[in-house]
Design a protein around this ligand. Structure first.
Ligand code: 4FV
Length: 254
């Protein structure tokens, strides 16, 4: 998977690309990430990429010409690549969108700055707008990093064999189960016995049930359109029955 990032601050990406899982994935050629400076496509000697907004108002707007040239340059290098504009107006990015993008031939990420990019780029040269959340960033770069990091994890080989992205939060559709490592006892808090039992069936069940409880408590919305097993349903019915018994005990008594 190739990621081409169009930005006026390509240096922002060196940190992301220079460490950890992403660095290793690049070294192993599972992914490639190419930051391209939009300013390199500005024709004037000041390499201008922004100008004042028509109709007045505060701030500056990114000029269409350098961005258009940069997109065309990236598309020539990566035919069939999917062009994404990072903007608060976009479709909300999540694990499911990441899974969709992970099968693309390539991805071109267009990062705005200032008040945004001239609207004609969105109209004529972008396949889709993507937002990482309902807040306003100083630029699209951080959003592009989120997309690169999330999608890269789903590219086969990026996560060592010891890890399958299929087990992740949201890949199972549920929040992840709690994780523990040595020491067994930390500040009087002990690791749950079941995890020390070696009984993989019991460990799997405990992990699924704690994921369910966490998701019920923290993100019940995630459970609405999530396929659940009969075991999940039986477990939740038991929870419901226990809750009813407790509530009845505490309500009928008074
Ligand atoms: C953003 C977001 C975002 C808007 C104007 C960059 C900024 C500035 N991008 N998800 N939220 N972009 O706030 O993706 O140009």
């Amino acid at each position: 998977m190739n990621f081409t990032v169009l930005t006026i601050f390509p240096e922002m990406f060196s940190a992301l690309l220079g460490v950890g899982v992403i660095k290793r994935a690049i070294e192993r050629q599972h992914i490639s990430v190419e930051p391209i400076n939009i300013r390199d496509f500005a024709k004037d000697r000041h390499r201008t990429v922004d100008d004042r907004p028509y109709g007045g108002g505060c701030g500056m707007v990114m000029k269409p010409e350098p961005v258009a040239e940069a997109i065309r340059h990236a598309r020539k290098k990566h035919p069939g690549a999917y062009t994404l504009l990072l903007t608060p107006q976009g479709r909300l990015f999540n694990q499911r969108v990441a899974q969709e993008l992970a099968v693309c031939a390539g991805i071109i990420l267009v990062c705005g700055r200032y008040e945004g990019i001239d609207e004609r780029i969105r109209e004529h040269l972008v396949d889709e707008e993507l937002s990482i959340g309902d807040y306003v960033l100083t630029g699209g770069e951080v959003a592009a990093m989120v997309v690169i990091d999330t999608v890269s994890r789903l590219i086969p080989g990026t996560l060592g064999s010891e890890h399958s992205a299929q087990e992740d939060s949201f890949s199972t559709g549920l929040l992840e189960y709690p994780q523990y490592t040595r020491p067994r006892s930390f500040e009087e808090a002990n690791v749950p016995e079941v995890l020390l039992s070696g009984d993989h069936g019991a460990i799997r069940q405990w992990r699924r049930q704690t994921s369910l409880i966490r998701t019920i408590l923290k993100r019940p919305d995630l459970l609405m359109d999530q396929p659940l097993t009969t075991g999940d349903i039986e477990f939740m019915k038991k929870l419901r029955q226990d809750m009813k018994t407790i509530i009845d005990k505490h309500t009928t008594a008074s």
